[in-house]
Write a protein that binds this ligand. Structure first.
Ligand code: 4NP
Length: 158
């Protein structure tokens, strides 16, 4: 199998996309698939570049045995060429990516929850937890975990 390179994208790259990055990395390492799958994450905004993830997301991930150590990055047009699959967490992240990606690479962009096995809507989003309480971070964790598991299955079965 050709190595597949995946980029997770949210707004700040301190909550949702670094969680998807960490959960996916954990699954890849547990299965010894590092040679087949490369993972990165970034934000559409640059306010948090260089920072560690939001402590509330870090705490929720830790409860499930997942460590988050990513330092925030912001989207660079070069990523559109380099990554094979670009997965925005919500519609506004997706619209930003479409506007900032040459048209020949736009097919690489798909809403992350396209891979959510429980999602009934075509355009389901991972809700932004940043301005809410702990329940929002728990919800994000559940969505991200099951979606990463299904995404990995989809990739490996191809
Ligand atoms: P994320 O969450 O996009 O999941 O990393 C946010 C982080 C920061 C902000 C908004 C959302 N912010 O407004 O600074």
């Amino acid at each position: 199998m050709k190595k597949i390179k995946i980029l997770f994208v949210c707004l700040g790259n301190i909550c949702r996309s670094p969680l998807a990055h960490a959960v996916m990395q954990d699954l890849v390492e547990k299965n010894d698939w590092e040679d087949m799958i490369e993972i990165e994450s970034c934000g559409t905004g640059d306010w948090h570049v260089g920072q560690l993830p939001d402590q509330r997301m870090v705490e929720e991930a830790k409860k499930h045995g997942v460590n988050m150590t990513h330092r925030a990055l912001s989207f660079d047009e070069f990523y559109a060429e380099y990554y094979d699959l670009i997965l925005p967490m919500d519609q506004s992240n997706k619209e930003f990516l479409i506007s900032n990606t040459p048209s020949k690479y736009r097919d690489k962009i798909k809403l992350f929850r396209t891979f959510d096995p429980l999602s009934k809507e075509k355009d389901a989003e991972v809700p932004d937890p940043y301005f809410g309480g702990a329940e929002g971070f728990r919800r994000v964790y559940d969505i991200v975990e099951r979606t990463c598991q299904h995404l990995l299955k989809t990739i490996i079965n191809k």
